[in-house]
Design a binder for this molecule. Structure first.
Ligand SMILES: C[S@@+](CC[C@H](N)C(=O)[O-])C[C@H]1O[C@@H](n2cnc3c(N)ncnc32)[C@H](O)[C@@H]1O
Length: 119
């Protein structure tokens, strides 16, 4: 049987609370970075400038690849400036792909992720 108290102590040591768009990590500290259920979901309160700043910060701390899921807001609408953001990343040397995934978080459309490979 698992000891939940130990699990919680272990995870509280590993959990680092942060507030984007800044991260307290070194450049290229992580091989891969996953962002789930946050970035584009709150497009009603986090604007395009926040997304650009955050993506630059995620790129800074990552060596190889970033994956962001989902690409829709809370109403299931595709993040409106996604194409602009993809162009911005491509202009900055990244290879960007929208990839369908077998998991669907919300009822409609929430089954794609953005795969960003650093150039
Ligand atoms: C829907 S939850 C997703 C949590 C987790 N990523 C998951 O998939 O279970 C969104 C989280 O974003 C956090 N959040 C909101 N604004 C943030 C910011 N500026 N920087 C970092 N986290 C933030 C909230 O506190 C909340 O825990």
């Amino acid at each position: 049987m698992k000891n939940c108290a130990n699990d919680m102590m272990e995870s509280s040591e590993r959990y680092v609370p942060v507030t984007l768009p800044s991260l307290p990590f070194k450049d290229r500290e992580f091989d891969i970075l996953l962002s789930a259920h946050f970035l584009f979901m709150y497009a009603d309160r986090l604007d395009y400038q926040f997304h650009i700043k955050t993506l630059n910060e995620l790129l800074r701390v990552t060596k190889e690849e970033i994956r962001i899921f989902p690409l829709v807001d809370l109403e299931g609408k595709r993040y409106a400036p996604l194409d602009n953001l993809i162009s911005y990343l491509a202009e900055n040397g990244c290879t960007v792909e929208e990839v369908k995934v077998p998991y669907e978080f919300q009822a409609a459309n929430a089954n794609s992720m953005l795969k960003i490979k650093k150039g």
